[in-house]
Structures are given as structure tokens and as C-alpha cells.
Design a protein around this ligand. Structure first.
Ligand code: PAF
Length: 281
């Protein structure tokens, strides 16, 4: 497995693979890899001849008050995970390699990016769309793999690929959880012992919502109220949002008549965590 830092190096390697007729899978990440990322790499390895993993903490998707500086980084550990999972190439650029001093082109989106996480993170999806677009152009993969934990991100990327006729298949992969139900996330490392226990409220409250849906409840406000009530029993938790939205358009729904996404964002102390589940009627 190679680790490269420049766009030119990635292009050279991928070009040689293409000459051999090999298919290419791509897993974009911000590093500090955990079993969630590993499951994406595993799937990519199964479905492609060669797998590229990018590790880049993208400054453009962080707001001014967010955790860009403190975001956890550990290239050595990440490289070991990529190697043992069977990836062939890590692309680990410096911000200067990705964004020249006079960089001024962006990919942005209306609609899908305005609700859910977009409400409290107004610049986030413009940064995600721009960097993912750049990474797709740099790697030129056949398929790219994203986790369903970031459900809004996955929907946004699928829409960007469709709207802009990008020649790449987007593969969504299931949420990977700790044994007690907490969704794996690089940001879980911010939690102290008490907060780690409190964070279980995300999964517990969603489980209540899911049971209600499974038992036939179709009123979105009832689902939202029950989830909200449960989260509010946890003193360390502060709700950012609890929403029931259409799975494709991400617009809020009142009556649940087609596939929906039930998504939440909750601060546990200073750490903002997200989780969700999809429900098909
Ligand atoms: O999901 C992430 O880790 C990031 O948003 C992504 C897709 C790598 C873009 O920076």
C-alpha cells in the first residue's frame, strides 16, 4: 500500500491501474478511522480491483466555531487500518495541495442542504460538495463508498452526482455501532466517561421511535415528541434537532406515507453527535 500527498501522484497511479483494465473503488474520509470506515473499505475491496482511501480534514466544511483544529488525527493508525483492510492507496494531501491561495470555485446545493444538519452548520455541505467533487475528479473512481450515519451527506452526494451527471456510482453502507448501540464516530473520542454513557440516549430514543413506527404509528409529530421526551430525560443531552423527513427530498413530513429518515443531532456536553434510521412504509 502506498501513501501519497499530491494530486499528480494519485493520477499517475490510477492511470497505470486503468491501463491494466482494473476497476477502482474510493473511500473518502477525514481520517481517525474506526470500524465504520473499515466497513466501507472492506466493501470497496470486495467490489473493486483497487481501493483508494483519502484522508483529509477538509477545512472548508467546518464553520468558524467548529472543531477543525481539535479534530482527531492519527495517520500512522489510519495507515495500519487501511493496510490490514486491503486498501491499495492512501491520498493524504495538505490543505495547500487541495486549495491554492486563489481558490474560488465551489459546488453548492439548495433544498437538501438547508434542513437537518444544514440548519446549524450553514457552510458545511458547500464544503462537503466542493471537496467530494474535487476528490472524485482527482481519483476518477468507478464507485465511492459513504456511511449511512451521515444520511444527509449521503443524500446530498447522491443528488450532486445525479444533477451534475458525474460518472461514479455511490454506494451507501450501514451504520456500524458499538456493542451498546452508540454509532461509531471519530467524534466519540471527545466524550469523557460520563458523557460516553449519556451518549447512549441517541440510540435509545431512536429505538423508541422505530418501535412506534413498526407498531403502526404514522404521525410524524408523535414520533418526534416521543424521541424528544426520551432525550430530555438525559441531563447531559441538548437537542439540536429531531426530524422526520422524506428519505429522498429530505423535506419534513407530517403523515408517514412513504420512506422516511428519522434523524437526530444532540449535543452531549460540547460534542455534537448524530444518528438516524430509515423506515420504509
Ligand atoms: O464524511 C466525511 O468524513 C467527510 O464529510 C468527507 C465525505 C470525507 C468529505 O470531507
Amino acid at each position: 500500500m502506498n501513501i501519497v500527498h499530491t494530486v499528480q501522484e494519485v493520477r499517475q497511479i490510477v492511470k497505470a491501474w486503468r491501463k491494466e483494465g482494473l476497476s477502482i473503488g474510493f473511500v473518502p474520509t477525514m481520517g481517525y478511522l474506526h470500524e465504520g470506515h473499515q466497513s466501507l473499505i472492506q466493501r470497496a475491496v470486495l467490489e473493486n480491483d483497487r481501493v483508494v482511501v483519502s484522508i483529509f480534514v477538509n477545512p472548508m466544511q467546518f464553520g468558524p466555531q467548529e472543531d477543525l483544529e481539535s479534530y482527531p488525527r492519527d495517520l500512522e493508525h489510519d495507515a495500519a487500518i487501511c493496510e490490514e483492510t486491503g486498501a491499495h492507496l492512501i491520498f493524504h494531501p495538505e490543505p495547500e495541495e487541495m486549495y491554492l491561495p486563489d481558490f474560488c470555485s465551489f459546488v453548492d446545493m439548495n433544498g437538501l442542504t438547508k434542513g437537518l444538519c444544514g440548519k446549524s452548520r450553514p457552510v458545511h455541505f458547500r464544503g462537503v460538495c466542493t471537496v467530494v467533487n474535487k476528490l472524485f475528479n482527482i481519483v476518477g473512481a468507478d464507485r465511492a463508498y459513504f456511511g449511512e450515519k451521515d444520511a444527509q451527506q449521503l443524500a446530498v452526494i447522491r443528488r450532486m452526482v445525479r444533477d451534475l451527471n458525474m460518472d461514479i456510482e455511490i454506494v451507501g453502507c450501514p451504520i456500524i455501532r458499538e456493542e451498546d448501540g452508540l454509532a461509531k464516530s471519530s467524534r466519540n473520542t471527545y466524550l469523557n466517561e460520563l458523557e460516553r454513557k449519556a451518549a447512549l440516549i441517541l440510540h435509545k430514543s431512536l429505538t423508541i421511535g422505530k418501535r412506534l413506527l413498526e407498531s403502526g404509528e404514522r404521525d410524524a409529530n408523535t414520533i418526534i415528541s416521543c424521541i424528544t421526551e426520551k432525550i430530555n430525560t438525559e441531563p447531559l443531552a441538548k437537542i439540536d434537532y429531531v426530524d422526520v423527513v422524506d428519505a429522498l427530498s429530505l423535506e419534513k413530513v407530517d403523515k408517514i406515507e412513504r420512506s422516511v429518515l428519522v434523524a437526530i443531532a444532540v449535543y452531549i456536553g460540547k460534542t455534537r453527535l448524530i444518528d438516524n434510521f430509515s423506515f420504509e412504509v
